[in-house]
Design a protein around this ligand. Structure first.
Ligand SMILES: [Zn+2]
Ligand SMILES: [Zn+2]
Length: 184
């Protein structure tokens, strides 16, 4: 775990919003719930989990943060009882941030808005980044999968260590997650 590693960066599609992540993310997970399907427009969301303080969100100079970042609250969707708060770029619609009320202090960022892997000096492919499989590099693999009852069959096995049929349902589930997130 090298905390000294260069911060990971990302942005929305139009570039109005930038994110910076310090240190190593807690985990990356896939969620197949209908809310994540609607929000992403895809059949699952890939989200990187962070402690709130690891994440910095900024808007392009000259833009107003309040009007650039729109927050959509509620829409518990499948996960009855939980309230989520999703932050979007108001210009291009990219999702920037997700928070759930049952995990205070935790922020989730879509994997797809992060730079996929470091480019090499000459700006070419950056093969090393893609092949480094230490879990700390850009080759991050999903540790958890949620809502597998809604998983498309053809998605197949992802190698996630923790697989939930729905969201975390029991007190034990939540305790296990909090342990992973270092919130115990
Ligand atoms: Zn944007
Ligand atoms: Zn979801």
């Amino acid at each position: 775990m090298s905390e000294s590693a260069k911060p990971r960066t990302g942005s929305c599609q139009c570039g109005a919003v930038q994110v910076q992540i310090q240190g190593t993310p807690l985990e990356m997970h896939l969620c197949h719930c209908s809310t994540c399907q609607k929000v992403s427009g895809s059949v699952f969301a890939a989200l990187v989990t962070l402690k709130e303080e690891q994440l910095t969100i900024t808007v392009k100079p000259g833009l107003d943060a309040e009007s650039t970042l729109k927050v959509y609250k509620g829409a518990p969707g499948d996960n009855s009882g939980s309230v989520s708060e999703r932050t979007f770029c108001s210009t291009c619609g990219s999702q920037i941030l997700l928070r759930n009320n049952y995990m205070p202090g935790i922020s989730m960022v879509p994997l797809g808005i992060l730079e996929p892997y470091p480019l090499s000096e000459d700006g070419s492919a950056g093969i090393e980044g893609r092949e480094g499989g230490d879990g700390e590099g850009w080759a991050m693999k999903p540790m958890i999968e949620y809502w597998c009852v809604r998983k498309r069959q053809w998605v197949g096995e992802t190698g996630a260590e923790l697989v939930f049929k729905t969201g975390p349902e029991t007190v034990e589930d939540l305790a296990e997650l909090k342990k992973i997130f270092g919130l115990a």
